[in-house]
Design a protein around this ligand. Sequence first.
Ligand SMILES: Nc1nc(=O)c2c([nH]1)NC[C@@H]1CN(c3ccc(C(=O)N[C@@H](CCC(=O)O)C(=O)O)cc3)C=[N+]21
Ligand SMILES: [Mg+2]
Length: 297
Amino acid sequence: MSAIIIDGKAFAAGLRERLTGAVAAFGASVGTAPGLAVVLVGEDPASQVYVRSKAKQTVEIGMRSIEHKLPASVSQRDLEDLVRRLNADDAVDGILVQLPLPPGLDATPVIALIDPFKDVDGLTDASAGRLASGRAGLVPCTPLGAMMLINSVLPDIAGAEAVVVGRSNLVGKPIAQLLLQQNATVTIAHSRTRDLAAVCRRADILVAAVGRPEMLGADHVKDGAVVIDVGINRIPAPDLGEGKTRLVGDVAFDAVVGKARAITPVPGGVGPMTIACLLRNTLTAARLRRGLADTAV
Ligand SMILES: Nc1nc(=O)c2c([nH]1)NC[C@@H]1CN(c3ccc(C(=O)N[C@@H](CCC(=O)O)C(=O)O)cc3)C=[N+]21
Ligand SMILES: [Mg+2]
């Protein structure tokens, strides 16, 4: 049996294409395009790459990109003041503070300040609470993207066994909530789970979100399972040359691909969906703030 390789890059491109039309329609009726503010503190090279890519894709689909770059030496207070100004700015529909912040700055109170109606990362307590109680709100981008990929191969997951490995507030917990919302039977496994492989082998849908390179192998996968790899780990690749690295997921892809019914690759799986869903959330936020229905795209 050969697995379906779920093409997250193509799915994300399709989503951006549909968003382009929806953004144009929004602009025609509201008079302005949705605006996404991205706050980047410091000069971490990986963060700079992500932020550049977000800004580029934002503009490509017809939305406004508002970039704020602050030095790593910025004070906690000045950073928090910026978030307050963005909350108050009517031209800003979504606010994203790129994480992690440089050492010395505390992300928790910064995130807590973000207006829940502009919380396109879905990271505030208000967003988490709404998700947990099944009310409409902004859903974290990576979980939202992962669910779209699951539904692309399994439109109806009611009654299915889903196992999420990882319990972070950013990924594991919100994915579990989304699976539960669609009536899957959900298990959240983690570093203290006894006999992890046996638990994972129960899964019709296995979601890996642990952040440990290639930790889940063939022993963890039931024949015919749908495997969603949320991990993005950069590891040394001496075979490519001195000092070179490569991206791998939390799943040992080559060991699992023969067993799974469908699997997401890394790169090209969940990663590209994260940014596409950030754009989706910005349109959602722009609509919700104006009392407009958040129709499908
Ligand atoms: N406030 C905040 N929100 C975030 O959503 C957020 C963040 N901070 N900080 C960093 C992480 C990481 N993240 C990714 C986005 C896209 C890819 C992505 O497109 N990955 C490509 C490969 C990229 C590459 O080649 O390096 C892929 O998997 O195919 C990965 C990771 C968003 N994050
Ligand atoms: Mg990926």
